[in-house]
Design a protein around this ligand. Structure first.
Ligand SMILES: NC(=O)c1ccc[n+]([C@@H]2O[C@H](COP(=O)([O-])OP(=O)(O)OC[C@H]3O[C@@H](n4cnc5c(N)ncnc54)[C@H](OP(=O)(O)O)[C@@H]3O)[C@@H](O)[C@H]2O)c1
Length: 264
């Protein structure tokens, strides 16, 4: 039986580009996304590109209570065994907290925090029983420092980074063969993320550390294949990350403020 990769948000952006690598390596793909039409279009596209690839899909709103359990039940009912879980589904909101939409942000908190926690916990148990498997959690470079106008988004991603890296250390202490990889991409020019978060005019997507979805997927695949557990993507962000610790906090925040603002 072929290996299986379960990818939330597999039908677009990072999830889709990463799916191409897994499919080419012979993995069966399991996608969980929100929009049925988009899943069908993306599935057709990938099946045309990669001969012999298998994709199973589930339409599920992962930002609501019990969604992770439904995904786990779908997998269990089909007697599938997951080798790689990618917690990737996500979206952003942009603006001063006094103006951002409450309901949308609550959904984002659920999707990035509660759902990532539950999916990790449910599938970790299965992987621990087999003593093999990898969980890849997609965080963000906005988890590294305060991100004004992305305060809720950045805080949810700080949870993802801290949780993933701590859990991976825990697994090392237990001498487990299960691994958690934390991925922190820089702002990506060419996914739906900018549009869905009303960030089309925000400078960071063309700014000093911006990257592309192709570079991010390639970095994740190389890191996954090369045994990494912390991946900063892409190249410009990796350089900035190395020097940022040497910069005074005020200067770091000056740069962040310049980046997270609208282009006139
Ligand atoms: N783009 C960036 O600049 C950037 C930078 C750092 C980190 N990230 C992170 O990377 C991840 C992927 O983002 P992307 O750039 O690839 O954006 P994207 O193209 O908008 O993809 C997001 C995916 O998440 C799915 N999704 C969103 N809300 C969902 C929900 N409630 N239930 C189920 N699925 C849902 C979407 O499904 P539908 O299409 O069906 O709605 C879509 O497949 C996110 O976690 C994001 O925070 C992005």
């Amino acid at each position: 039986m072929s290996k299986m990769a379960l990818i939330s948000g597999g039908s677009s952006g990072i999830g889709y580009s990463l799916s191409r690598y897994f499919a080419k390596a012979g993995y069966t793909l399991l996608w969980v996304s929100l929009l049925p039409e988009e899943i069908e279009v993306s599935k057709k596209k990938l099946l045309q590109e990669i001969e012999g690839c298998t994709i199973h899909t589930l339409v599920e709103d992962l930002s609501i209570t019990n969604a992770a359990h439904k995904v786990h039940q779908w997998v269990t009912k089909n007697e599938w065994s997951i080798d790689v879980l990618v917690n990737n589904a996500g979206f952003g909101t942009y603006g001063y907290l006094s103006n951002t939409p409450l309901e949308k942000e609550l959904k984002m908190v659920h999707l990035h925090v509660v759902c990532v926690y539950e999916m990790t916990k449910l599938f970790l148990k299965d992987m621990t029983n087999k003593n093999k498997g990898t969980i890849i959690n997609i965080s963000s470079n906005s988890s590294f420092q305060p991100t004004p106008k992305l305060s809720t988004y950045g805080a949810t991603k700080a949870f993802v980074t801290h949780f993933s890296r701590s859990l991976n250390e825990e697994l090392k202490m237990q001498q487990s063969k299960v691994k958690v990889i934390c991925v922190c991409p820089a702002a990506i020019e060419n996914t739906n993320f900018k549009k869905s978060g009303n960030m089309e005019k925000v400078r960071t997507f063309q700014g000093i550390a911006a990257t592309t979805v192709e570079e991010v997927a390639s970095d994740i695949w190389k890191g996954f294949s090369g045994g990494k557990d912390f991946i900063i993507s892409g190249r410009k962000m990796r350089m900035l990350y190395r020097i940022s610790g040497l910069l005074p906090y005020r200067f770091q925040q000056f740069l962040v403020r310049k980046e997270i603002k609208e282009i006139a």
